[in-house]
Design a protein around this ligand. Structure first.
Ligand code: BDR
Ligand code: CA
Length: 306
């Protein structure tokens, strides 16, 4: 199984993704690091622990950044639910340790080396700090995925910017400059939907699946949702870690706009090579939606049966 560390801000799509990752037999989750984003870092950390508790998994959790590097914190409880998540959750008592997420990322990278994949599916200050502490991080680990950006299409929080990058453009810029990420953005994640009928069949299965169904329905009463079903953005990353044929990537030179104007937080993707710069990111451009759904289903079923 592939060793993966998830840097995450659960968050309902994060929750579906994490449950599927914990369950899937091709994935060995070595740790969760948390970050502010969909809610405060107190809430996302509590939610991460609740997702583990609900499935009966024992995985270390480390709390990370409580705010973006430069910008003000903007959370999205109106989409993800009060406290940053929906559904009936068990909240474990106690707390996580004192080691910061950025230190955990560096420590796990050194420990597992090129056996480790890092998957960052929230705003990126933890990863930016980890890169500042250990600039060789991209060479040490196998791959670094980020869910973020809308390199070739329109945004979801502004006409051009996606939420994770818009939340912390400075951090996203650092990561794109230094880490040659696999950038999995709205260009493919908008299509990473779970059909409404399938979500209803989850709900009918009862038990843990009722909670999973509530996570999966998350945006329906907040924003306009694709007629096929809600997009579970973060799970597109998981699916490609399980099966690298799920996403197609093209390498481009990208910059993140940090200038504070109307395109703040957007990806400037040099698709036609006008800057004559070497590529610095692998941009996801296509998704095998059926295979993606199959992987998420397999993982969720195993999580619920655990
Ligand atoms: C991303 O932003 C968050 O709301 C989701 O969890 C996902 O990581 C989608 O733009
Ligand atoms: Ca997320």
């Amino acid at each position: 199984a592939r060793k993966v560390l998830f840097d995450t801000d659960p968050g309902c799509d994060d929750a579906v993704m994490l449950a599927a990752a914990l369950g899937h037999n091709a994935i060995d989750v070595v740790g969760l690091t948390t970050v502010c984003g969909n809610s405060t870092v107190e809430n996302t950390t509590r939610n991460a622990r609740a997702i583990l508790e609900l499935g009966g998994y024992d995985v270390p959790v480390a709390r990370g950044c409580a705010r973006p590097l430069v910008d003000e914190l903007a959370t999205a409880e109106w989409v993800h639910g009060e406290g940053g998540i929906r559904g009936d959750m068990p909240y474990p008592s106690g707390d996580v340790g004192d080691e910061h997420a950025a230190d955990v990322i560096v420590r796990q990278a050194r420990k597992h080396g090129d056996d480790l994949t890092i998957a960052a599916v929230g705003p990126l200050p933890n990863l930016a700090f980890a890169l500042a502490k250990e600039p060789d991080l991209p060479e040490i680990v196998d791959r670094i995925y980020v869910m973020g950006g809308a390199a070739l299409s329109s945004g979801n929080v502004t006409p051009v910017a996606e939420a994770n990058f818009h939340n912390d453009p400075a951090a996203a810029s650092r990561v794109v400059q230094d880490a040659f990420p696999r950038m999995v953005g709205l260009d493919v994640t908008n299509d990473a939907t779970i059909p409404f009928e399938r979500i209803e069949s989850y709900a009918e299965r009862g038990g843990v699946f009722e909670t999973i169904a509530e996570w999966a329905r998350y945006p329906t009463d907040a924003v306009d949702v694709d007629e096929t079903g809600p997009s579970i953005h973060d799970a597109a990353v998981l699916a490609d870690i399980v099966d690298p044929d799920v996403l197609d990537f093209e390498e481009y030179y990208c910059e993140i706009d940090t200038t504070g104007g109307p395109s703040h937080g957007s990806v400037v993707c040099d698709q036609h090579g006008v800057y004559e710069e070497e590529p610095n990111a692998a941009v996801a451009v296509d998704i095998d939606v059926e295979r993606y759904r199959e992987i998420v289903d397999d993982g969720l079923s195993a999580y619920a049966a655990h």
